[in-house]
Write a protein that binds this ligand. Sequence first.
Ligand code: PFF
Length: 449
Amino acid sequence: MKNNDRIQFATRLGAIAATAGSAVGLGNIWRFPFEAGTHGGGAFMLCYLVCIVVLGLPVLCAEFAMGRATRSNIFGAFRVLAPKSSWWMVGYLGIAASLMILSFYCVVAGWTIEYCAQSAIGALDFPEQSDYHRHFDEFKSGNWRPLIWTWIFLSLNFLVLRKEVTKGIERFSNILMPLLFVLLIVFCVNSLLLPTAKEGLTFLFKPDFSQITPSVLLGALGQAFFSLSIGLGCMMTYASYFRPQTNLVRTATISASLDTLIAILSGVIIFPAVFMFGVSPEAGPTLVFETLPSIFHHLPGGSVWSALFFFLLFLASLTSTISMSEISIAFFIEEKGMSRKSATVLTSAIAFIFGSLCCLSFGCLSNLTVNDLNIFGIFDYVASNIMLPIGGIFIAVFAGWKMPKLFLKKELTNQGAIRGRFYGVLLFALRWVAPIGIGLVLLNSIGLL
Ligand code: PFF
């Protein structure tokens, strides 16, 4: 069943660093604050944490087990574990979601390069808060500049992907994640010293239960799946590079905890500043790009901090886009027999076309909207809030009900070498809690409940 020729992450830490590298990215630092801001702060935070622990973590473990056991991409994993069935079609959902996410993600990653460059030349220092808003607005709606950054980001992504997976990914994530973490802590302390710290923290952590609406629940669910990179086979593909000795439950728990911690740190940085500088918490995708420069402006040596931070954010985005691109690349190579080069070119070309559309949806295509969402917003909403949770249901049901008996247990205990203390809880979560929980949130959000 195993294809033992497949390359593996060289070290134990490599597995954690790479999965954390995939999980930690714009989702934590850009998407989490704006989703929390538009969905009532504390209410969202509470739902998000519940979704991570109760729904996300079990699906993450299932993806790990399926990926490592089959040493295969999402299609191969379903095909090996359930031959002659149609389960492999879930793979198409994963590939479509990964390409949609890649398309809008590279636009925001492009914004981070612009802001890094602008900070480095000291062009982001404005006297008034309204200038930060105006500046970002003008930038994102000017067609060419953001487009070129999107393309530059995609080219960098392409260059990294052409190399072998372990070398490229491990080297990147091992050095940079800790540095980003340290920087976040520094900014966190700075925000906690602002006079509006209490207001910001109350907004973020004090749930107003009356605000827990279907849309808040769906937003939190989508954010949890997006942030953990689950529901689309990303973690499955990564786990196919894990070593047989890797403790899957522990790796999943550490990655999910780190990921959540970074999202929380990001919220703690942003919200005190939001109240301090009079930014609307409901600003949406622009929230972080309007708030962070104001924070940096008030720090001694602000431009240096700013340039460094946006640079690290750009690299964190890169470790995430590498992982989401790897889903379709592994598919084209292993299922369609393409060379790595052609698979990488094809994936990048698709992202190039749709990424350009997402980028222009803030400029010349801004009139194309559905329910007030531009193309960028539609891609994000459909992929994150609908496709990932549906993928999560399939993965949970498959791992809980369909996978050969005791298979999950063997994989989670490394064939009996380690204790499987959480196996019972996990199986229950996969069989009942995750499918029913995700199903209810989805039905609820379309008004069927
Ligand atoms: N988890 C990443 C983030 O929070 O930025 C985004 C992501 C990566 C989503 C990989 C999906 C994926 F397959």
